[in-house]
Design a protein around this ligand. Structure first.
Ligand code: HEC
Ligand code: HEC
Ligand code: HEC
Length: 368
């Protein structure tokens, strides 16, 4: 099993004025989604299907017992959510699209397309990631059909890092600014590899999984989403430009010459399709060697802070994926200190962060 993130989530509840994100635009994805009846989790849960045990056959049990998504609707019933609602002038957060669009997305499925067992209370359920099952339910178990045929029948492709990142990013990067500002909703930071490792896998990784590649693909997709949200006006608040610039810096730094000059989506596709042997280690060295960038003049402290916030999450993933296990283990204490140094955006000190990075670079063999 892959190591869970060493760094368990950044503290994202600081000063709301500094932090803003953008409104989610999950709806676009739903045009396709809405052509077929949307079935509930119960449709997948019979014992011969995914209501059994183990990966794949036990998907429903693993998911409902342990997956953070299984409680996404219940979160809306907590006092904390009710207080967010009060601050935002929302009478009932359990029925407001401002919340259900991510916490209970099937709430927006029109009456005529609701399967008999579709329950809003299931929150982020099977259909939220795999797409509405009606079109492929009967065919997806036929042994003569391969993955591509199932996908052609309407099952969403989640196999590649690129496809998967695009499925998750819709709910995990951009959020309506007032929710963070007024409602104190956590600011969202998408990071594919660590967030996947934090979900109990209810599947078998068919083609293996390269954590370092997945991390970079995920950051390029996050960058793409952050840029789109700024240019179409969903991310309007202070700090958004710095966060976007920080992502561009990070992806450029990690990708190296091979991916230089490519736009965000092209980086994501190229990294996913073509990942040379040893590339993960090369990414680690490039990132650990970034100390000089934190000493450079001409970059605002705010942008530096956002660079650091993303960088530590990335270092965690590329170290976790590093085949040299003993050296990876030895690097962990420095990672923890780097994380602490990146924890608070308002208090960020680029110079001391750079010194810690140099220390990491010596441990992993990157240029200081
Ligand atoms: C339809 C929206 C939606 C999609 C798609 C989605 N998530 Fe989530 N995710 C949520 C919500 C809402 C929560 C908060 C759950 C709660 O109430 O605690 C969450 C929580 C999580 C958490 C726990 C909190 C955290 O950030 O550590 C992880 C991990 C996670 N999601 C990973 C993923 C991954 C990986 C994917 C893609 C395979 C994904 N999610 C796709 C909506 C979504
Ligand atoms: C853009 C998608 C999105 C929207 C819209 C959204 N949330 Fe969330 N929410 C998430 C994700 C993702 C998480 C998990 C974040 C994390 O842990 O970093 C989360 C976490 C939370 C948490 C914290 C859960 C915990 O255990 O820490 C609360 C409370 C919450 N949301 C309530 C709401 C309410 C109330 C609304 C509407 C006013 C709302 N959310 C709208 C995606 C969303
Ligand atoms: C947060 C997103 C998300 C949700 C929600 C989700 N899954 Fe998945 N699921 C994935 C990912 C990612 C994979 C791995 C992709 C793959 O193997 O093709 C996967 C794979 C699977 C597989 C294995 C497919 C295969 O071909 O090996 C099954 C079965 C499955 N999911 C069933 C379910 C069921 C049943 C539910 C609801 C109880 C569910 N999933 C909810 C993300 C999700």
């Amino acid at each position: 099993m892959r190591r869970k993130p060493l760094i368990l989530g950044l503290c994202l509840f600081f000063n709301a004025a500094t932090f803003s994100s953008a409104r989610a635009e999950v709806a676009a994805d739903q045009a396709e989604f809405l052509m077929h009846k949307v079935l509930g989790t119960a449709s997948c849960a019979t014992s011969g299907c995914h209501g059994g045990a183990g990966p794949v056959h036990g998907a429903v049990a693993t998911f409902t017992r342990e997956d953070p998504h299984a409680r996404s609707y219940d979160t809306l019933a907590t006092p904390r959510s009710a207080r967010m609602g009060e601050a935002l002038g929302i009478a009932d957060v359990r029925t407001s699209a401002s919340c259900t669009v991510c916490h209970a997305p099937t709430a927006s499925v029109p009456e005529g397309l609701r399967g008999a067992d579709l329950r809003i209370e299931d929150g982020v359920g099977c259909a939220s990631c795999h797409d509405s099952a009606e079109s492929w339910l009967r065919t997806h178990t036929r042994p003569e059909l391969d993955h591509a045929a199932k996908v052609a029948a309407g099952m969403r492709d989640l196999r590649s890092a690129y496809a998967r990142a695009n499925a998750c990013v819709a709910c995990h990067q951009v959020i309506e600014p007032r929710l963070v500002e007024t409602g104190r909703h956590p600011r969202l930071i998408f990071e594919l590899d660590g967030q996947l490792a934090a979900e109990p896998a209810h599947w078998r990784e068919v083609h293996g999984w390269d954590g370092a590649k997945a991390w970079l693909v995920g950051q390029a997709v996050a960058w793409c989403e952050a840029s789109a949200a700024r240019s179409d006006g969903r991310d309007t608040l202070a700090g958004a430009a710095e966060r976007e610039a920080a992502l561009a810096w990070l992806v450029g730094r990690a990708g190296g010459e091979r991916l230089e000059g490519l736009a965000a989506d092209a980086v994501a596709r190229r990294a996913d399709a073509d990942w040379p042997a040893g590339e993960g280690e090369a990414v680690l060295r490039r990132l650990a060697g970034a100390g000089g960038d934190f000493r450079a003049a001409g970059v605002s402290r705010l942008e530096q802070a956002y660079r650091a916030e993303r960088l530590v999450l990335g270092l965690d993933r590329v170290v976790a994926a590093w085949p040299e296990r003993a050296r990876a283990k030895a690097a962990e204490p420095v990672l923890v200190r780097l994380f602490a140094a990146a924890q608070s955006v308002p208090d960020f000190e680029p110079a001391s962060f750079a010194t810690l990075l140099d220390e990491l670079a010596r441990l992993v063999g990157g240029a200081g």
